[in-house]
Design a protein around this ligand. Structure first.
Ligand code: NAP
Length: 340
């Protein structure tokens, strides 16, 4: 059994790009378990756009990670030893903890992860931990998507976006995805069921939205912000809904005020409803949401793409991929083998 754990710590808050001295890698002894605790061997670490928010000094929706604290993330792993009756050695569990290869927890935020026959753990964890619930709740509960809606999604080839498009299609919506680059756009229509794709790196998003949705957008699922949000706001239908799921284009600029949307006047001109949400507020709904998502996965109705980077040492460099579009699918780090 391992006697030491390797772990990333935050060394300095970062309000612009992550720097070489933003994080620090340490090795430390694994403490003996107290009553109620369990020792987990991490298998996958999910890298999420919001990790960047947590290490900034922004006023945010939960406590930031402060210098000197372990970097926080969503993880899944195998219970190695347990002094907590809710968890048994050998079980696969998922929850929020640190960027490390082994960790001790009292089990808060952890649950046994469902086994989906025929589905890889990376795919199941990538879909069911954060991205899937965010897509499901954001689209159906916050956005109230209904059959016949024209739904536009930004960062559509990413973890959340690829699922929003597929769920919207399952619900009978017409779907338009916005992503960067020809490969990602091809994937939108060929694999993720989008009716049309817009390559924001090559095309005028505003003009393309007018051409693809001449009657206007019913539901804008926003993951990016900035010019892309503006183009969406300009193309909304009267009484349309805008779900603010994320504003990733602004996360590396948290040290300065970020300009608001230029087309904000359309909130009144088009009588729009804009709603922001954070998936962590929906814990009560999660069991039902996860069950529905898992059902769709088992029936082959949801396709998912993971982008797995090998090795805990690579976690910081891997995180940067999210903000350049370098990830091609749900970004995660493989820290340990699925089975020993
Ligand atoms: N509200 C919630 O509870 C919640 C939960 C999870 C995630 N989110 C949000 O969902 C969004 C997607 O997160 P994710 O974890 O699924 O990541 P992801 O979409 O898999 O990866 C991020 C993608 O964002 C795009 N992007 C990054 N910087 C951009 C820029 N400046 N302009 C345009 N596009 C840019 C890139 O795609 P391209 O190559 O297409 O540019 C990149 O691949 C984020 O905004 C995140 O904050 C919200």
């Amino acid at each position: 059994m391992a006697h030491t754990a390797r772990r990333w710590y935050l060394a300095k808050h970062a309000n612009t790009e992550i720097q070489p001295d933003t994080f620090e890698f340490r090795e430390e002894p694994i403490p003996d378990l107290e009553a109620g605790e369990l020792l987990v061997r991490t298998i996958y670490l999910s890298l999420d756009a919001t990790n960047r928010v947590w290490i900034s000094t922004w006023d945010q929706y939960m406590d930031p990670v402060n210098p000197g604290e372990p970097m926080r993330g969503f993880v899944c792993g195998e219970v190695i030893e347990s002094r907590n009756p809710a968890f048994q050695a050998g079980e696969i569990v998922a929850g929020m903890h640190s960027w490390s290869d082994y960790f001790v927890t009292d089990g808060t935020s952890f649950s046994v992860f469902p086994e989906l026959p025929g589905v890889d753990l990376s795919e199941a964890f990538g879909t069911l931990a954060i991205a899937g619930p965010t897509a499901h709740v954001g689209l159906l509960e916050v956005g109230q998507a209904k059959s016949g809606d024209t739904v536009v999604v930004s960062a559509a080839a990413g973890a959340v976006g690829m699922l929003v498009g597929q769920i919207a299609r399952l619900k009978g919506c017409h779907t338009i995805g916005i992503a960067g680059g020809a490969d990602k756009c091809a994937r939108l229509t060929e694999q993720f069921g989008y009716d049309a794709a817009i390559d924001y790196r090559r095309e005028d998003v505003g003009q393309r939205l007018k051409a693809l949705a001449p009657e206007g957008i019913d539901l804008l699922f926003e993951n990016v912000g900035g010019d892309i949000l503006d183009a969406g706001l300009a193309a909304m239908k009267n009484f349309g809904r805008v779900v603010i799921c994320g504003l990733i284009s602004t996360y590396n600029q948290s040290g300065e005020p970020v300009p608001g949307p230029y087309m904000f006047r359309n909130v009144i001109m088009r009588r729009l409803t804009i709603k922001g949400f954070v998936i962590l507020d929906y814990v009560d709904e999660l069991p039902g949401v996860v069950q529905e998502l898992a059902g769709w996965m088992l029936e082959g109705k949801l396709r998912f793409r993971v982008h797995v980077v090998d090795g805990l040492e690579q976690a910081v460099d891997a995180l940067k991929l999210l903000y350049t579009g370098g990830n091609h699918g749900k970004l995660m780090v493989k820290i340990g083998e699925e089975r020993r």
